[in-house]
Design a protein around this ligand. Sequence first.
Ligand SMILES: *[C@@H]1O[C@H](CO)[C@@H](O)[C@H](O)[C@H]1NC(C)=O
Ligand SMILES: *[C@@H]1O[C@H](CO)[C@@H](O)[C@H](O)[C@H]1NC(C)=O
Ligand SMILES: *[C@@H]1O[C@H](CO)[C@@H](O)[C@H](O)[C@H]1NC(C)=O
Length: 149
Amino acid sequence: MKNMHLLSLFLISLLPLTLAQSNALRSLPYYQMALKTFRSIDTNRNNVIERNESIANFESFKQNPKDTEINRDWFIRRVTHVYGLNSSVASSLYNQYDQDNNGVVNETDYKLMYRAFDKDRNERLTIDEFIRADNNMLIAVGAPEPRGK
Ligand SMILES: *[C@@H]1O[C@H](CO)[C@@H](O)[C@H](O)[C@H]1NC(C)=O
Ligand SMILES: *[C@@H]1O[C@H](CO)[C@@H](O)[C@H](O)[C@H]1NC(C)=O
Ligand SMILES: *[C@@H]1O[C@H](CO)[C@@H](O)[C@H](O)[C@H]1NC(C)=O
């Protein structure tokens, strides 16, 4: 009983902080877009992207199962279709994904991106980590701010 009480005090004290944090996240320009991406990668819906979910996302993004990379044209087609970005912005986004700047996006780049996004290096990409990093990428490529914001 006493522990229950302590727990509820703890939860109440945590609440404003969590809300403040999620408000800061929600106010990011590309929050909705980043959240949509997060949800599509977090297939087990535990609100964390594990390393293998990131790799599975790479695998499903490829044009053909046998490909070892996501080719630029395919990436541009998918991104313009799913996110409504134009092809020049989509192409810049491809360059961002190409973390080692060798002109192709493959599993190596996904691993590098995972490390870069996973700020605390605990092999768990939280919604918070993902949205902030993805938002920064979309700012870097000059994506148009979504309407209705
Ligand atoms: C990731 O690994 C866990 C633990 O082995 C497994 O349960 C889960 O299905 C895997 N997810 C994907 C997307 O491969
Ligand atoms: C990704 O491509 C680079 C350059 O072709 C290559 O060195 C690297 O081994 C590739 N990574 C994988 C996982 O195939
Ligand atoms: C693509 O979209 C960006 C951002 O809205 C804009 O600045 C750019 O002019 C557009 N490019 C083309 C070719 O339409």
